[in-house]
Write a protein that binds this ligand. Structure first.
Ligand SMILES: [Zn+2]
Length: 142
């Protein structure tokens, strides 16, 4: 593919995937956060160093980027779990931001973040300080 100029079909397919991702965000926001989180756009990206990132401008959450390159797992279901885990992780950041809770300091997730994660269906895994596992897939993805 030539740089900077994606074919029209790829463009609309990407927009469709972003719309699906934003829809999943909305469903998880309703199920897990009582729709407390802001209605923001969630988009796939690639080539980044992170798995996911919450975008903030002037203290306001503006969006979430999910790095499609980092999604892993040896089955479609495992990859779906991984994707949902990344998205939920970023949603915990959003939750902390809108509630004025410290969430990331000195290269580490804060105790407040870890507590909020546990309250919303993510188990904290000490490894690398960034690994979070979904507590109950059936509950979270219902
Ligand atoms: Zn994080």
């Amino acid at each position: 593919m030539r740089e900077g100029q994606a074919p029209a079909t790829d463009q609309s397919a990407a927009q469709e995937l972003d719309a699906l991702l934003t829809g999943i965000y909305g469903a998880m926001n309703c199920n897990l956060f009582n729709s407390e989180l802001p209605g923001i756009q969630v988009q796939f990206t690639s080539g980044a160093r992170y798995a996911g990132v919450t975008q903030v401008c002037n203290g306001e959450v503006t969006g979430i980027l999910i790095n499609a390159d980092t999604i892993r797992g040896d089955s479609t279901e495992a990859r779906a779990d991984y994707l949902a885990g990344i998205l939920l992780h970023e949603m915990i950041h959003v939750y902390c931001i809108i509630n004025g809770l410290p969430h990331y300091e000195g290269g580490k997730h804060t105790p407040e973040f870890i507590e909020a994660a546990a309250d919303h269906g993510l188990f904290y895994d000490d490894f690398m300080n960034t690994n979070f596992l979904m507590a109950d897939r059936a509950e979270i993805l219902k």
